[in-house]
Design a protein around this ligand. Structure first.
Ligand SMILES: [Zn+2]
Length: 305
């Protein structure tokens, strides 16, 4: 895997911010009526592929000749990228106080992330369509999470590259994520997340770049022809296991991974006194053994559509 260099990323960030507004947002306006599209990178500060994709779009001039509407490139949490360790080396983190992608319905302004949310909320509120770019700490298979449910959202999602298209997951998270907030503002909004690849994988940034172009094309603000992507597997989440004890353990395997198949009747997890058994054939999504608090999401179960 070719990796993205944090120091190079730091110089890209400085270049992005040098021409951004006070919020760290760059907006490109065609001067013609049309939708306002928001693309968000670094909602988690160490997920840097989207920033690399942004700079490529900017350097190629793609956004300076929009067919219609406006495009805002939004950096969610650059301050979390800029954190330093005790030796003053760059030490990008997911967040500073709490997860920026879980605070969109949380009260108060007592954390970095709640203040950052309030700062960028006015831009988010203006967007008709929002694409939030994420990556994972370990290499993983690519997923789109749908927040909005209208036909345009399904059409746009069909144009994007990803292996899985997953619905009914974001509304089950504890603490509201950005795109769920955006989707609930207006039923006509297009609001989705892409989780693609490992944070520092160069290929992840390249795919984010292509998916941004596909998203902008689908929304009609640029005119590009794309061949249809390979068909995605469609999953609908029907259950989330919120952990009840800190020593909960998986029973179906020692090495749980997303999209493992679970058979009806199979024991999935022991959590306290209880063993949770699958009531139907399903796939597990985002299982975690790194539980830090009772009540956190431990995994989801999904059916193929
Ligand atoms: Zn993320």
């Amino acid at each position: 895997m070719n990796t993205l260099d944090p120091l190079h990323t730091h110089s890209l960030l400085q270049r992005f911010l040098s021409d951004a507004d006070a919020l760290g947002v760059r907006t490109y306006d065609s001067g013609r009526p049309g939708p306002h599209i928001g693309i968000v990178a670094m909602t988690h500060g160490n997920e840097i592929g989207g920033l690399h994709a942004f700079m490529r779009l900017i350097d190629e001039g793609t956004l300076s000749s929009l067919a219609c509407g406006r495009v805002s490139l939004i950096l969610g949490h650059p301050d979390a990228f800029l954190l330093r360790d005790s030796s003053w080396r760059l030490s990008p983190q997911r967040y500073i106080d709490e997860d920026l992608n879980r605070v969109w319905d949380a009260p108060g302004t007592h954390t970095h992330e709640r203040r950052r949310r309030d700062a960028i909320r006015s831009v988010i509120d203006e967007c008709d369509a929002l694409l939030d770019l994420h990556s994972t700490s370990e290499p993983s298979r690519s997923m789109i999470f749908l927040a909005s449910k209208n036909e345009q959202t399904k059409h746009i999602a069909d144009m994007l590259h990803a292996e899985f298209l997953i619905s009914d997951i974001l509304s089950r998270l504890i603490g509201m994520p950005l795109v769920e907030y955006h989707a609930r503002l207006d039923s006509s909004h297009v609001s989705l997340v892409i989780e693609w690849g490992q944070h520092y994988d160069e290929a992840c940034a390249e795919t984010m770049y292509e998916n941004i172009l596909r998203f902008l094309s689908g929304m009609g603000v640029i005119s590009r022809e794309f061949s249809p992507p390979p068909l995605k597997k469609r999953l609908r989440v029907f259950h989330c296991h919120y952990v009840q004890t800190l020593d909960a353990e998986y029973l179906y395997t020692l090495t749980p991974a997303s999209f493992d198949r679970i058979e009806a009747g199979q024991s999935i997890v022991r959590d306290g006194e209880r063993v949770f058994v699958a009531d139907r054939n399903s796939l597990i999504v985002m299982p975690t053994r790194a539980i830090s608090a009772v009540g956190e999401e431990m995994h989801y179960l999904a059916c193929e559509e």
